[in-house]
Design a protein around this ligand. Structure first.
Ligand SMILES: [Zn+2]
Length: 403
């Protein structure tokens, strides 16, 4: 398989220049920069004879081969604010390179192949993560188009500003339209880098529960209220945050995070009357997500009872844990082997566009490429050597499925 190292390097540089500064990239979903990224990827694909189209959710597809259900391959083109060059982008770059390498080898696709660049995976501006793939696979939240950013611009308006109709729900693909979905992505954690292995194969994507906890205490004078007469909402919340940490640590392949907290009224001489904090609970299996949520709820109740506070828990979103397709997992393990890598199976602690495809009944496989420097920061790095290995393994898988 002749992946063109220089071409891949050039494409990485060209794409990361859009919204790029140093090694950082800021290319928000539904922004003019994301649109420029789509245009660039579209021009590469058109140059190889692909039929390129955009849908009403601003996803871009480049299709090669004839009629029938397609093998879809790609990732997302947006980044977080002050993110890096590789999260999402590498999956599109390697998909383009894999297709080009197969065409260079003279392969004619027996099955259609579509390279996809998903729109707004990060949800950084409008708060809907996996936006483009949710639209394509019928998993958008109700009234998504009306969701507005901080300056009051709605998704519908942002879509119209880049030439779309403003109704992302019509991006939904017909059932049976997609035979399989393959996604290459940098690993966002340190497991591959720590193990010194360039590629990993994703077995499952974690289940996630997002919630908001409101602790109601009693607002009082910080000087006049003796310690035994308080119902301090923040002190209760502090204990609850530690309970989240302990609950997650006590379960296999589970994590729990409180990343936001606010106090009312928020004055140094007032005992906090109310405290609101976020909950991000994740685990590899549905059973464990449920067990973690149960443990956290019980701890919040117990701590509240002991401290005289009342709490409400509003579940904001719940994404099920998604085991990916077993035969595509095996295919990626063989593909990694074909480039000399004994790839470990890993679960993904981050959500991915891939879960929407799998949840819609499309057999889905994911390949991780080692990133040194983590992700969602300017230091994320997939070396060119690793990117070449990833693109070559992806081409191997594509040839088996569509060649
Ligand atoms: Zn990503």
């Amino acid at each position: 398989m002749s992946v063109d190292r220089a071409r891949l390097e050039r494409h990485i540089a060209e794409l990361s220049a859009i919204g790029g500064s140093g090694t950082g990239v800021t290319r928000l979903g539904l922004s003019p920069d994301e649109q420029r990224a789509r245009d660039l990827v579209g021009s590469w694909l058109r140059g190889r004879g692909a039929v390129v189209r955009r849908d009403s959710a601003a996803n871009i597809y480049g299709r090669l081969g004839g009629a029938g259900p397609a093998i879809l391959v790609g990732s997302h083109l947006d980044s977080v604010p002050e993110g890096g060059r590789f999260d999402g982008a590498l999956g599109v770059l390697c998909a383009v390179e894999a297709v080009e390498a197969l065409l260079d080898d003279g392969l004619r696709f027996k099955r259609p192949v579509e390279v996809v660049g998903w729109c707004d995976e990060e949800g950084a501006r409008f708060g809907i993560g996996l936006f483009g793939s949710c639209a394509a696979f019928g998993r958008l939240p109700d009234n998504a188009a009306a969701r507005a950013d901080q300056s009051g611009v709605a998704i519908a308006e942002a879509l119209r500003a880049i030439g779309e109709s403003g109704d992302p729900t019509t991006a939904r693909r017909a059932f049976g339209d997609v035979a399989a979905y393959l996604e290459l992505h940098i690993e966002q954690g340190p497991r591959l880098a720590t193990a010194g292995i360039p590629l990993g194969v994703v077995s499952d994507i974690v289940g996630i529960l997002h919630a908001r906890v409101t602790v109601h205490g009693r607002q009082d004078h910080a000087g006049a209220t003796i310690m035994t007469a308080r119902a301090d909402a923040l002190a209760a919340a502090a204990e609850m945050v530690l309970a989240v940490e302990a609950a997650a640590a006590g379960l296999p392949d589970a994590v729990g995070t409180v990343g936001e907290i606010s106090v009312r009224p928020g004055a140094k001489n007032v005992v906090p009357g109310e405290c609101i904090f976020s909950l991000d609970l994740r685990a590899r299996s549905e059973d464990t997500v449920e067990a973690l949520a149960r443990d956290v709820r019980a701890a919040i109740r117990r701590i509240g009872d002991a401290r005289g506070t009342k709490s409400t828990i509003d579940v904001l979103s719940r994404v099920p844990a998604v085991p990916l397709d077993g035969s595509l997992r095996d295919l990626f393990l063989r593909s990694a082997q074909s480039v000399g890598v004994a790839a470990p199976e890993l679960f993904s602690g981050a959500g991915h566009d891939a879960e929407n495809a799998q949840l819609a009944g499309v057999p889905t496989g994911m390949l991780f490429v080692r990133s040194t420097g983590g992700s969602h920061n300017p230091n994320e790095l997939a070396t060119l050597d690793d990117a070449v290995l990833g693109a070559t393994a992806l081409a191997h898988a594509l040839r088996e499925l569509a060649g």
